[in-house]
Ligand binder design. Sequence first.
Ligand code: AHG
Ligand code: MN
Ligand code: MN
Ligand code: MN
Length: 336
Amino acid sequence: MTTEQHITFTDWLHDSSRGHGALPANLIQTLMVTAEACRRIGAAIGQGALAGVLGAAGSENVQGEDQKKLDVIANDILLQLHSDGSHLAGMASEEMDDPFPVPHPGSEGAYLLLFDPLDGSSNIDINAPVGTIFSVLPAPNGCDARDASVFLQPGSAQVAAGYAIYGPSTQFILTLGHGVHAFTLDRYSGELLLTQENLTLPAQTQEFAINMSNQRFWEAPVQSYVADLLAGKTGPRAKDFNMRWVAAMVADVHRLLCRGGVFLYPLDSKMASKGGKLRLMYEANPMAWLVEQAGGEASTGHQRIMDIQPSGLHQRVPVMLGASEEIAELTRLHSA
Ligand code: AHG
Ligand code: MN
Ligand code: MN
Ligand code: MN
């Protein structure tokens, strides 16, 4: 129906006339396979109870979280589809303790792929939006991808990052460092079609996202920031703020890219020993890059997220991202 009017994801990736030169074939392959994996994950999610994919898997991941069946299914789809090609040296995931090297005799994979196969998995059982987040890093020459340390590159080294959101429609959001672009799955043809280029995140907002139930556990700067937002027009910020929380980072960040806002998962006293809730390598870094590419900012409160030198594959960090005016205010409160 709509296929004639929109460029396909495949054509978009091959179109070097976009002004930034031709993409390396291995990167095109990485992105096409990731998009196809997301299409299949979305199809499994869409079948829901009919396919018997809902509920707990009966296992725990390295984070100590109970895995859902779909966490495991989504992880397996990504591993399986990427295992065949020679484009990757290895993969790492929220659902695997250790990296997964991709064997290919006689050649070397050019990239490392990190992913959160199913983000917001507590939404699965209530038929609410979930997603897949991914980050592509260069593979160091001759690296052994069994070694987690080859993955420990800062977010500023990413060559591609994005997510799929499985909502009323399935969308694939991508940055290669030249803006943020949105593709929508045509469920009739199975094609991903370009529906929006250069998503932008305004510097100002009147909407914030945070899990308010953790309020008593936050540190003082976040306590005072949110108190100011809640004070509304007569408070120090002199405007009213609305609040939203989908409980899937993908959906909350997607809202920011569609209509602005600020998203926080700050450090709290329950998570202090872990460093935060969200994971640097496959949640915070890819989302930080997307937000920056859309004109926003991403910080821990003390430091730009993409400047962090990672110390572990599953490292957690405080996350504050979105409208630059809000991140500036949060940074000011953290340094006060
Ligand atoms: P995941 O499902 O991949 O483990 O990630 C869940 C994360 C993130 O998506 C979301 O922002 C946050 O956890 C929700 O946390 P609360 O349970 O505190 O709402
Ligand atoms: Mn999880
Ligand atoms: Mn997640
Ligand atoms: Mn997950």
